[in-house]
Design a protein around this ligand. Structure first.
Ligand SMILES: Cc1cc2nc3c(=O)[nH]c(=O)nc-3n(C[C@H](O)[C@H](O)[C@H](O)COP(=O)(O)OP(=O)(O)OC[C@H]3O[C@@H](n4cnc5c(N)ncnc54)[C@H](O)[C@@H]3O)c2cc1C
Ligand SMILES: NC(=O)c1ccc[n+]([C@@H]2O[C@H](COP(=O)([O-])OP(=O)(O)OC[C@H]3O[C@@H](n4cnc5c(N)ncnc54)[C@H](O)[C@@H]3O)[C@@H](O)[C@H]2O)c1
Length: 446
């Protein structure tokens, strides 16, 4: 059978891949887009969008429960079926990607459904058909949930993020393995729908990549909401007796109706034929700032190990598009903004204090309590938060910041610009911060 010729093959259509295909096709290139599951990837169907809908619903319940302390009386009766229906009908079209697939073809690209595999330089095989791309191949194959090798776990009917966001019913009780972004966001959302939740984290603290103050803040809030948080534990084994899970950690056992594994992600790079183009397979693919792996091969999104976030996948897509189209790239934005959508939201940008010190920077730290700010005082219940800024004293700029609070992710934006644009500290200090906003607390931290 003869090979199909085109300009570019994109293997895997996560958020970045989907955007890249449209961008290149609209620029006049012949693009073949290959997707094994749903066009758009994890984010719209089992990640960001359904989880944030779930969190929005849970946060409304939490706010309503706070009415008693601020405005009178309210009776709150959670109904999980309402948010499950919204996820099914509005977020995911019942896990049907027709609309996204139509967007690909409307942009002028060819959508091929199936699992793509490199079979040599600029060559991809899907369902026995060969596609040869004159300009090259872009990989956007993303990740799957990593399942730790805990004895017994693999034999149990545990959930990953996929089942946790597709279920029609909230369990009465839930153990979450992993106190990272996925585990914490889903733990709190389920708890707000009256599931009894326990988080088990092997690291000494939850949300370990962020500042220790953020970990402490979240642990305190979670515990005050009745969520069990156990960090620094080792899980020896997991059992399921047909109806309940038992997790054994030394002398302690935890029991629940359901178990969610949120223990990190595994890049899908091991079965996509990288050996046929002489690229060694590690945990991630190493790329340059133009997202190129090797001549005629680019990679974008989670698999390049520069942060597993939708906004980065989209940013990579734009850079790969520019590289392929020969457009000027500009320097890579390494400011790395990220937000964990717990309540309080925990936003971070740039370096943490420890990372800045490890880099040998001369560091000064500003830290302020959002609850003690004017806006925090007005807000009352639900006002927990902090702002922490990391200053490189040699350059007198902010190289990292954390913004945790009721609108921590939104407040982060000012700090993200400060880091990205290297705004001089003098300018930040000589700035008017509107009263009484949450972001005015930045001035206190400064
Ligand atoms: C529960 C959850 C919540 C999240 N919340 C947020 C959030 O709030 N904000 C945020 O920025 N990020 C969030 N993320 C992370 C975000 O979903 C990912 O960073 C984002 O999806 C980008 O991934 P990607 O582009 O690498 O590809 P993915 O989204 O992983 O998609 C890869 C695609 O490639 C396809 N594929 C794989 N192998 C092949 C092959 N050989 N051939 C053809 N197709 C293939 C897959 O089927 C998939 O569709 C969340 C993730 C999860 C799980
Ligand atoms: N709001 C957001 O932007 C958002 C939300 C969810 C996910 N994400 C992205 O997805 C990525 C993956 O999320 P994640 O939470 O799965 O991964 P993660 O790596 O952030 O957290 C996983 C946690 O599980 C712990 N763990 C691993 N093995 C364990 C074990 N055997 N027992 C107990 N704990 C164990 C790890 O120590 C870690 O703290 C995130 O890093 C983030 O980039 C982003």
């Amino acid at each position: 059978m003869s090979a199909h010729e085109c300009d570019v093959v994109v293997v895997g259509l996560g958020p970045g891949g989907e955007a890249l295909v449209a961008r290149l096709a609209k620029a006049g290139l012949a693009v073949v887009a290959v997707e094994a599951e749903l066009v758009g990837g994890e984010c719209p169907y089992w990640g960001c969008i359904p989880s944030k809908m779930f969190i929005r619903a849970g946060n409304l319940l939490a706010e309503a429960r706070r009415i008693a302390q601020l405005s009178g009386a309210a009776t709150v009766t959670p109904d999980f079926s309402v948010v499950a229906k919204r996820i099914r009908d509005e977020a995911t079209d019942n896990w049907d990607d027709t609309v996204a697939a139509d967007r690909i073809t409307a942009a002028g690209a060819t959508l091929v459904r199936g699992r793509g595999r490199l079979t040599g330089d600029r060559t991809v095989e899907v369902n026995g058909e060969t596609y040869v791309a004159s300009k090259g191949v872009v990989l956007n194959t993303g990740t799957t949930a990593a399942v730790p090798p805990i004895p017994g776990l693999a034999e149990t009917p545990f959930w990953t993020n996929r089942e946790a966001l597709k279920t029609e019913q909230a369990p009465a009780s839930l153990i979450v393995i992993g106190g990272g972004a996925i585990g914490l966001e889903l733990a709190q959302a389920y708890s707000r729908f009256d599931t009894e939740v326990t988080v088990l984290e092997v690291a000494p603290r939850i949300l370990a990549p962020e500042e220790p103050e953020s970990s402490e803040l979240l642990a305190t809030v979670f515990e005050s909401e009745g969520i069990g948080v156990h960090a620094g534990i080792t899980i020896d084994r997991v059992d399921h007796d047909g109806s309940r899970f038992t997790v054994t950690c030394g002398d302690t056992t935890y029991e629940a109706e359901q178990l969610l594994v949120a223990a990190g992600r595994k890049s899908r790079v091991d079965d996509i034929g990288l050996e046929t183009v002489g690229v060694e397979v590690g945990k991630f693919l190493t790329v340059g700032d133009d997202m190129q792996v090797t001549d005629g091969l680019w990679a974008i999104g989670d698999i390049v190990g520069r942060g597993a976030f939708t906004h980065l996948s989209m940013y990579h897509a734009e850079r790969a598009a520019k590289a392929i189209l020969g457009e000027p790239l500009g320097a890579y934005d390494g400011s790395f903004p990220r937000v964990t959508f717990t309540d309080p939201e925990v936003g971070g940008v740039g370096l943490t204090e420890a990372q800045a010190r490890d880099k040998g920077l001369n560091v000064r730290v500003g830290l302020t309590d959002v609850a003690a700010s004017s806006r925090g005082f007005v807000h009352g219940v639900g006002n927990a938060g902090l702002i922490k800024i990391i200053i490189d004293t040699d350059r007198d700029i902010i190289v990292g910041a954390t913004s945790a609070g009721p609108t921590g992710g939104e407040t982060l934006s000012a700090l993200a610009f400060a880091v990205r644009a290297e705004i001089p500290l003098e300018t930040l200090r000589n700035t008017v911060y509107a009263y009484p906003t949450f972001w005015r607390a930045i001035e206190s931290a400064l």
